[in-house]
Design a protein around this ligand. Structure first.
Ligand code: ATP
Ligand code: ZN
Length: 287
């Protein structure tokens, strides 16, 4: 019987490409990618990777040409194809915002009434304007939206922003954020049982990588008299591991700590008497 293979579409080249490839590699899925190939097969996982323009991914996934796709929530919502959002991936974070030239007297969203706004995201913009009861003329353009006001094409723009540097360079100020975006995994809505099983296998790895990235392995030397106090400060997966040191009266204490609590825990264990504290990254974490 032929082996089931899942087809994943990722962006060929652009802001999502590197992180999408990194996500697969961190999950131990190995493949060769070069800039000219349109698809490739993983060596050690039943997965075929298709390299496409991000705009084409929702339709390919909806049609079943690809089973899954990785792209920005902005594009997923804008295109409104029949696909399922399986998981938000936490990278390529950005916002869709309205910006106006610095000399535009902007008081509120109502300042845009009757104005011309250039954007590549007409659906998201229209939805927002409708929700606040503003009527404006939406001018759809596919690239270099930020220059539209300078060349007299529009009074304002609605575009993706991450740092705001591009707006600044073009004499624009951000006035309204209308949508928060990040990369997400989408899937076809009619996946076979076999493909769902492969998805589950892959997601177990994705989650293990995510957990590992949020946690650190910590080792330290602790005088035996302080072990009880130090252990109370360390959560660990079950409880800390304690190994006696050659030096009498001292032990090595190992644990896993969450990144959020990282500095706070280090300060406290140090104050409790811990020395030689080492913090190491974790590659995978399966609970
Ligand atoms: P393609 O050639 O594949 O159509 P593109 O020009 O549409 O590429 P990119 O600029 O590579 O797309 O952006 C892809 C996605 O990256 C965006 O849809 C968005 O989700 C995300 N992104 C993250 N930060 C930014 C940013 N500062 N500006 C634009 N997009 C961003
Ligand atoms: Zn695109």
């Amino acid at each position: 019987m032929e082996q089931t293979v899942i087809k994943l579409a990722i962006q060929k080249s652009g802001r999502l490409s590197e992180k999408s490839i990194e996500l697969l590699k961190n999950c131990g899925i190995k493949f060769v990618s070069n800039s000219s190939s349109l698809k490739t097969k993983a060596f050690n996982f039943p997965m075929e990777i298709l390299f496409l323009r991000d705009d084409d991914i929702p339709r390919y996934v909806a049609d079943g040409v690809a089973d899954f796709g990785i792209l920005g929530m902005n594009e997923i919502v804008e295109q409104n194809q029949e696909v399922e959002v399986i998981k938000k991936l936490g990278f390529s974070k950005c916002r869709l915002s309205i910006a106006v030239p610095n000399d535009f007297k902007y008081e509120s969203i109502h300042s845009l009434e009757g104005k011309k706004i250039a954007t590549s995201y007409p659906v998201l913009l229209e939805k927002h304007l409708q929700s606040v009861g503003v009527k404006a003329e939406i001018h759809e353009i596919s690239g270099s939206v930020e220059i539209a006001p300078t060349i007299g094409l529009a009074d304002a723009i609605c575009d993706l922003v991450s740092t705001g540097g591009t707006l600044l360079m073009n004499g624009l100020k951000e006035v309204e954020e209308i949508f928060k975006s990040e990369a997400a995994l989408i899937g076809n809505v009619n996946l076979t049982v076999e493909k769902k099983a492969l998805l589950a296998k892959w997601m177990l790895r994705v989650e293990a990588v995510e957990k590992a990235q949020n946690n650190k392995y910590i080792l330290m030397n602790v005088p035996n008299s302080a072990i009880e106090e130090v252990c109370k400060l360390l959560p660990g997966m079950k409880s800390p591991t304690i190994i006696p040191l050659q030096t009498e009266g001292w032990s090595s204490v190992h644990s896993v700590i969450h990144e959020d609590a990282f500095w706070e825990i280090i300060e406290k264990v140090k104050a409790a008497g811990a020395e030689g504290i080492l913090v190491c990254p974790i590659e995978q974490m399966v609970l």
